[in-house]
Design a protein around this ligand. Sequence first.
Ligand SMILES: C[S@@+](CC[C@H](N)C(=O)[O-])C[C@H]1O[C@@H](n2cnc3c(N)ncnc32)[C@H](O)[C@@H]1O
Length: 247
Amino acid sequence: MVLPRIVGAEILDGLAVDDPAATRSRRDLRRVHRAMATRSIVSRALRAAIVSTPATRPLQVLEIGAGDGSLLLGVARRLAPAWPPVELTLLDAQPLVERETITSYADLGWKVVPAVVDVLGWAAAVTDPLLPNSATARWDLIVANLFLHHFADADLAGLLGAIAVRSDRLFACEPRRAWLALAGSHLLGALGVNAVTREDAVLSVHAGFKGKELSALWPSGPAEWRLHEYPAGLFSHCFRAERVEVV
Ligand SMILES: C[S@@+](CC[C@H](N)C(=O)[O-])C[C@H]1O[C@@H](n2cnc3c(N)ncnc32)[C@H](O)[C@@H]1O
């Protein structure tokens, strides 16, 4: 039996930043990532994606829907020894990045700029309001973790269209829309997570992806792209897009 893609509003997105249930749910997310092995999945993919970039300037990296920036910090710790310096913009609709997190990135040689912005507003702007003009014409890499599934296909196609114009690479790690992941999301209470996290986890799987769904939404434009979409771990679905001339 197929699981149709259903995008529902997640509870966490409707809570105030300082709502205790939201704070707890954001902390829960770290446990969820451990159960999903997200850090390993993302580290492996980014190591492969960025391998051929010359180290002549800091890499310009944008994470969309970055949350508190802690997931990518764990990834950065693994990547930093082999990567050039990074200028990282953490975009989220809510102000969630703490000073200590920025300091931890700085210890790795990664300069962080938080940006409290709605991603659809970012995508709709005529020119990219976040890319530092002096650095490069495009982001070297845009990353999304547990984020693209928030959007129904029409908004997602617009967002992917903006990403294709403004970057050389995208990597996304999303919930896999599959029976095993759905069962896992219903069992999340075993990790001791709160009601918001439990409910959002189930919604996330229903809004997740399978097969080549993200590839199908990627724009066909003048630039050539290499697309790779694949299941990862038990519960994740990954999508990698690389502009061919930079690979
Ligand atoms: C499930 S969390 C993922 C956070 C982080 N990427 C991670 O994996 O730990 C989704 C994040 O997307 C943000 N978000 C939701 N809708 C957004 C939008 N339209 N624009 C920007 N951020 C948004 C939320 O504030 C939240 O921090």
